[in-house]
Each structure stands twice: as structure tokens, then as C-alpha cells.
Design a protein. Sequence first.
Length: 162
Amino acid sequence: MAKFKKKKSQPTLGSDESKKESTKDEPVDIPEIEKSEPVPETPSTDPPISEAAKSEKDRKLSKLFWMRIVLAFIAGTAATFLFDDIEGEERRWTSIGFMVILFIGSIIVAKGMNMQLPSSDKKKIVTQALGSYIFLYLFTWILTYTIVNAGNVTSGIPSLLP
């Protein structure tokens, strides 16, 4: 069992004294609040970027974004025709491998664009439009494959191609 220590406090005052309230307004010493000076932010190790360099960086990142979007659309369409002779599961994995290889190629092209990015933004070369690239590639590949091969199915949606 836990042992409790007895409090060593002074005895409470009598009932008369405890009910008395101080009617005097005694000045209460309130400590003055210390004025805190704003803490300067820790300086970044990156050199400050001028507005011209920032707009150049944004222009190149935008160019990289749209390059990957167009690449995803073209590669998704090309994958339908390039891997038409491969059957089954191998077609899927070949197409995904093709998508990854083209994305790595776009990283190499992006590094060749000589973007002057601060060290905190170096990963933007890889992550810029990554999700859009993947989903647009897969969407385009599935859509074109469905349109091209819709006539081979005996039931379902009729082919849009003559």
C-alpha cells in the first residue's frame, strides 16, 4: 500500500477569521510583463534568390510539368501499339517498366535544363508532376487500349473504329 505523507501546514484560522473578507483595497504587486523581443529567424544557408531568378525557376518548373504531361499522353498511347504483340501479364509489366524508364529519362532531361534551385527544392526535379504523369499515362494507355480492342469483344460496347 502507498504511504501518504502528512501535510505540515499551519492550522486553519478560526471560523470568524476565515469568513472575514478584506474590505480594504490593498495594492497588489503585479509583476511587470517582460517585453519579449522578436527572435530573429535562423538564417537560411541558401543564398537569397532574386525575382528574376525566381521567375526563371518557376518558368523552368512549369516547362518541366507540361513536358511530363505531354510525355505521359504520348507514351500511354504508344504503349498500346508497342506492346500489342505481348500477351497477358507480361504486357502490363512491360508497359509499367516503359513508363518508369521514360520518367527517369525526363529526370535526366530536367537536370540538363540547368535549373538553379535552392538545396531545399532539389527534389522538385523528381517530384514535379509525378502523380499527374503516372495517372495520365495509365489513363491514356487504358483508354487507347480499350478503344483499339473494343471491336474484338463479342459483347459489350461496340467499337468506335470502323
